[in-house]
Design a protein. Structure first.
Length: 389
């Protein structure tokens, strides 16, 4: 091994890659799972949805109570301990002929853009980021003012580039003054592809929500308060009929983390296993070539009294040493990879001590397994035949 360092290094490269990939994959999987878990806690774990279920099994009740959310639903939900923001929204049923236009031009086809009735609290709960203008408030909603907030892409489709001229959009012939253009949304990003109008104006012009798509509420809570808030919301919103409200708490983050970790482990451990197999084949091939090249040496040792088990132990020791060194180097490179990626992404690196401890042993075992056949073949070499070569 020392007489041919270049060949020995190339032989161990497969094991280095395999073990390094193994360590890096497990480390990055644990780190990514931890990061996903923290993001889940920051967003999804603080989000509660509420559905209007009045008349779900009773069509007559659905006609009598088209919208079970009270007018002060935002305030009732916001009064609960742990609630940051809350708002009601529903897609406006415009019908097939209604379209959104930037000007009341006769015969103009208009754009098929969704229109969403949203309370002022909904805009806050969605975390809209306004690039220009402002969001409408409870004053606009209470007076049913015909104002609107649109996403940047919708504004571009309608030819609205500035709010200085107080542009308006015409929804089914009804003018709405655009008061704000949103650049982003922390939650419910699909709102950016729609025209958002106050709930009061939508009810006055088009009536309550369609029974096929009833109103919903988005509630943003403090971290750790979501399940408690979900349990209290139905009674807080409708103390007379809490069964009309169905609160949906976020799923358990432990299940998400377990699923993500399992999926990533299964995918990337397969790649690590492939690298280890390639490394084992490389060690086996090089060891077999070394057996053929050193036939004279093997014959001389056998002639001086070495037995088959001595020859087997010699070549197994060489392949095991190459595998162990490759495992150590691979473990080091894999650990550095996890730390480096975490530093670049501002993550906290997560490494399992059993993984780091077992990785060099995996390289050792790989080397031993790879050297079994070449060592067995070397031990079968007859001294007289070897010396003749």
């Amino acid at each position: 091994m020392l007489q041919r360092p270049a060949r020995s290094a190339l032989t161990g490269l497969g094991t280095v890659l395999g073990v390094g990939t193994f360590v890096a994959i497990l480390g990055l999987t644990a780190t990514a799972s931890s990061q996903i878990d923290s993001r889940f806690n920051a967003l999804t774990a603080t989000e509660v949805g509420v559905r209007d279920t009045a008349g779900g099994a009773d069509p007559q009740l659905a006609l009598q109570v088209p919208n079970a959310f009270p007018r002060d639903a935002d305030g009732r939900a916001g009064a609960l301990n742990g609630v940051v923001a809350a708002g009601v929204f529903w897609p406006v049923p415009l019908g097939e002929a209604a379209t959104v236009r930037s000007a009341p031009v006769a015969g103009e086809a208009g754009e098929r853009i969704p229109v969403v009735a949203a309370s002022p609290g909904m805009l806050r709960a969605a975390g809209l980021t306004l690039g220009s203008g402002r969001a409408y408030d409870s004053f606009h909603d209470g007076r049913a003012e015909q104002v609107a907030v649109v996403g940047r892409a919708v504004a571009a489709r309608l030819g609205i580039t500035t709010l200085e001229s107080r542009p308006a959009v015409f929804v089914g012939g009804h003018p709405f003054t655009v008061v704000g253009i949103a650049d982003g949304a922390e939650r419910k990003p699909d709102l950016l592809l729609s025209v958002m109008v106050p709930r009061g104006a939508a009810e006055r012009l088009w009536g309550p929500p369609d029974n096929a798509q009833r109103a919903r509420m988005l509630v943003v809570t403090q971290l750790g308060a979501a399940r408690q808030v979900a349990a209290e919301l139905p009674l807080a919103l409708r103390p007379d009929h809490p069964e009309w409200m169905a609160a949906e708490p976020p799923p358990d983050p432990r299940g998400l983390r377990s699923g993500v970790t399992s999926d990533l482990d299964q995918l990337f451990l397969l790649l690590a296993a492939i690298c280890l197999v390639i490394g084992a084949v490389g060690i086996a091939n090089t060891t077999l070539v070394a057996v053929l090249e050193r036939t004279g040496e093997i014959g001389l040792r056998r002639a001086l009294g070495a037995r088959g088990r001595h020859i087997t132990a010699q070549f197994l020791a060489e392949s095991a040493a190459q595998g162990a060194v490759g495992g150590l180097v691979g473990t080091t490179l894999g650990t550095l990879t996890v730390v480096g990626v975490s530093a670049l992404r501002d993550w906290t690196p997560v490494m399992s001590p059993p993984t780091v401890a077992a990785a060099p042993l995996i390289g050792l075992v790989t080397g031993i397994l790879a050297g079994l056949y070449p060592a067995w073949r070397a031990s079968r070499t007859q001294p007289a035949e070897a010396l003749r070569r």
